[in-house]
Design a protein around this ligand. Structure first.
Ligand code: NOJ
Length: 798
């Protein structure tokens, strides 16, 4: 069963049936203001952080699941009938009304045809203004004149999520609303920075700022009293719950169309006035919308492919990059799942996400890398979850907010809680990310830049990376394998002082990435030192972690191997086997064998399972994973994030057909027509898909903010299509199914264009027979060409 389709021309996903089993979301805002919005216009906005600069409210885990929202109601002032432009909240019968939602790149468009009135509501946040514009058009398709009232509605939130959820005896008296000069202002009495406004590019005929006045008693957003009566109540109050409703009456002749623009913004009434003047001119709204389109077009142009696989083209050229960029900007803080209770950067998540967008967002990548380096201790580990503001002098000097609800703020000294809270993998990811950034930008001086450590002292970026590698070298257990510490990539595998195979493989990988950098920089002493370290780590991996047919996952504090043939449960794990190969630590024979085991034991047509068999009995030596239901999350679901590691491993092995089999199984696009099972968005990777040990096998959960986006993008572009960078230049090394006759990639790199044409006359899966650059034969990496040039690379596989 399907609910929508991809529109590749407009780069939109079109939801044709609004009664999707779960909310299908989108993200508006590319800088500081953000709205998470569902296909039914449910959702919420915040400024910079969903933890303490919330703008509109979200009732998390609510029924229905995405209320309230940013709604527009229409009312026929002759008949009294009313509806909403998005299907929810009024939810007219689908026999009588037709609805469509188009999620585009940082905008969402809601369309409705009801009773011969066509209405459209486009929501977006301009690139350069902290305001959400609601561009509403209403057309009379009737043969007679129609008198309508248009109402906006959104519900304001207390600033801090904790304020919004607790101690209401205090917080309910700390927020107020007022209406003057056509502008609603919402203020939080205790916080001088917390003002928001709402206005329209027209003179309203009515307003309501008090939520309960607009909605009415014993009602909800589906049947607000003000809309039913056709009249806002002109309410404002100091204290209470607040909303933003403006009413505008319109009269439309047959065929006539009205356009109304509403604005929800950050700042005081004065700011609202400036923004109102600007966007009262519809050409400025159009210009802002074009600006947003241009913003994304420029990004997407950095990598476009045309292959025999339409799903791969659709996802790589638009949706997977869009998702990866969203993760870099909003980390893991705001969705309908992560509702903003904790913000800040997840160290490992951001380090990995950033790696995938250095070519489309170098400035943000650099910012994130520096923030992560500032969140690194001088001992070399990363703070698992931290606020970049803790290390930013301007932010630090701000006086802490004295809210009426006490929200504890950690003192600087409390940030370091010691090794017990350190995740063994966190900072290792950053090594490759820094290297990727330099390969992309050519900014080799970045290695020499000085950055503070989180605790004390400062050092060059290069030295930061050395400390990361040295930390892992010190943190080894009795078998010489890296310790698991609090957890490794798998939050739920808590080996309680045991050792993690995955981390040793990651260490080996990071060492090799670093060695490329130190060779490039001519740091011969380091090349020697870290080559020896890598050799030692590689030897431990091969001697201690091989189990006969695949690699183990770790060794508990009590010395028990997990991920071994001898285990009844948790016998084969995906992460250690994929990384044995991706890191290059596994010998050729073992690499093939362990990936064959992954295919045999973990693969399914919905994707690759994280572990098999899943755990059924709690075992605290292994960790929390054993206390999770079978087939869910880390206990045997199809965890999306490590799936692309298996694709990359297959590419290393030269098995293009297998890599594509794995890619196809997980690809959301391929599940578009089986939404009765998958439920989740076909345009976004989910954190996990329920595994075969659970009756809901195949159901996707937790879309959008997941490392799967970045890694799937990396697997498809850099390993399957094989277009990637080294310090020496551009490499084209595809690994594709043998029946691909060829493909093309358009890549922008350091201000030059590269049209890459790959031909596969012999029907091979991997291998390059010849390569030309602008007609001249070349071998090896292609150095950056002159800025502004258009180049053609022709690659013949064989
Ligand atoms: C989600 C977390 O955000 C991520 O850091 C972790 O690696 C995965 N879960 C797996 O546990």
């Amino acid at each position: 069963m399907k609910y929508g389709r991809f529109d590749n021309v407009n780069k939109e996903y079109v939801i044709e049936r609004p009664d999707v089993p779960v909310s299908w979301t989108n993200y508006l805002g590319v800088k500081d203001m953000c709205t998470v919005i569902s296909h039914n216009a449910g959702g919420y906005s915040f400024y910079k952080t969903a933890q303490y600069h919330r703008i509109t409210r979200f009732r998390q885990n609510g029924v229905p699941l995405d209320r309230p929202g940013h709604y527009v109601y229409l009312r026929d002032d002759d008949s009294g009938d009313y509806w909403s432009v998005s299907w929810q909240p009024v939810a007219k019968s689908l026999d009588k009304a037709s609805y469509e939602c188009r999620h585009g790149l940082s905008y969402s468009k809601f369309l409705c045809n009801y009773d011969r009135i066509r209405a459209e509501q486009v929501l977006f946040i301009p690139v350069d203004d902290d305001v959400e514009l609601w561009d509403v058009r209403i057309r009379n398709d009737d043969s007679k004149e129609r008198k309508l009232s248009v109402f906006s509605y959104c519900e304001f939130s207390f600033h801090h999520i904790d304020m919004d959820n607790q101690n209401l005896q205090m917080s309910l008296y700390a927020a107020g609303s007022s209406f003057e000069d056509g502008i609603i202002e919402y203020d939080l009495f205790y916080d001088p920075d917390a003002y928001h406004y709402f206005c329209g590019g027209f003179e309203p005929d009515g307003f309501d700022c008090v939520r309960d006045r607009f909605i009415g008693p014993y009602r909800d957003e589906s049947n607000p009293l003000a809309v039913e009566e056709g009249r806002c109540g002109g309410s404002t109050e100091l204290g209470g719950n607040h909303c933003a409703s403006l009413q505008k009456k319109i009269v439309l002749a047959p065929g006539a169309e009205a356009r109304l623009v509403f604005m929800l913004g950050v700042g005081r009434r004065k700011k609202g006035g400036e923004i109102r003047r600007k966007y009262s001119d519809p050409s400025n709204v159009d210009r802002a919308f074009d600006g947003l389109k241009r913003y994304w077009r420029t990004k997407l142009e950095a990598f476009q492919c045309s292959t025999p696989h339409e799903g791969l083209d659709t996802m790589v050229n638009t949706w997977t990059l869009y998702q990866a960029e969203t993760c870099v900007v909003w980390s893991r803080f705001a969705s309908f799942i992560e509702v903003g209770g904790r913000t800040g950067l997840g160290y490992r998540d951001t380090a990995q996400d950033t790696m995938s967008v250095c070519h489309t967002n170098p400035a943000k990548s650099r910012q994130r890398i520096v923030e992560l380096l500032q969140g690194q201790s001088k001992d070399g580990y990363g703070l698992h979850l931290f606020e970049p503001g803790w290390f930013n002098p301007a932010e630090k000097s701000k006086k802490p907010l004295k809210s009426p609800t006490v929200v504890p703020q950690p003192d600087s000294a409390d940030i370091f809680t010691g090794l017990k809270d350190v995740c063994s993998d966190d900072a290792l990811w950053l090594v490759a990310t820094v290297c990727e950034y330099v390969k992309e930008t050519g900014d080799r001086d970045f290695f020499a830049e000085t950055v503070n450590f989180a605790d004390s002292g400062k050092a060059s970026v290069y030295e930061h990376l050395r400390r990361i590698l040295d930390f892992s070298a010190r943190q080894t257990g009795p078998h010489g394998v890296c310790k698991g510490l609090r957890a490794d990539w798998n939050d739920c595998l808590n080996l309680g002082g045991g050792e993690s195979a995955l981390v040793s493989f990651l260490h080996y990988w990071a060492l090799n990435e670093f060695l490329e950098a130190s060779e490039f920089l001519g740091r011969t002493k380091d090349v020697k030192k870290y080559s020896a370290m890598a050799a030692k780590v590689g030897k431990v991996c091969e001697e201690k972690l091989w189990d006969g047919e695949w690699y183990i996952r770790g060794i508990t504090a009590k010395g028990k191997k997990i991920g071994s043939r001898k285990n009844a449960e948790g016998r084969v794990h995906l992460e250690s086997n994929a990384w044995a190969v991706v890191s290059g630590a596994a010998s050729a024979d073992r690499a093939r064998k362990c990936m064959d085991a992954v295919d045999e034991h973990l693969y399914s047509p919905n994707g690759i399972h994280l572990v098999w068999p899943s755990y059924s009995k709690p075992d605290d030596d292994i960790g929390y994973v054993t206390r999770v239901y079978r087939g869910i999350k880390e206990n045997g679901s199809i965890f999306s994030h490590p799936n692309p590691w298996a694709m990359i491993a297959e590419c290393r092995l030269g098995r293009g057909k297998k890599a594509m089999k794995f890619y196809d199984a997980l690809l959301p696009y391929n599940h578009n027509d089986r939404i009765e099972i998958r439920q989740a968005e076909p345009y976004s990777y989910c954190q996990f898909v329920v595994g075969r040990d659970h009756p809901a096998f195949g159901r996707g959960r937790h879309p959008w903010l997941t490392g799967s986006a970045g890694w799937n993008y990396v697997a498809a572009t850099r390993h399957i299509l094989g277009v990637r960078l080294s310090f020496g230049g551009l490499i084209v090394d595809p690994c594709v199914p043998a029946d691909w006759k060829g493909f093309e990639v358009n890549r922008k790199w350091r201000n030059a264009d590269y049209r890459i044409v790959v031909k596969n006359p012999d029907g091979v899966e991997k291998g390059v027979k010849s390569m030309t650059l602008n007609g001249r034969p070349v071998s090896g990496p292609i150095p950056a060409q002159k800025k502004g040039t258009a180049n053609e690379i022709v690659v013949v596989m064989g």
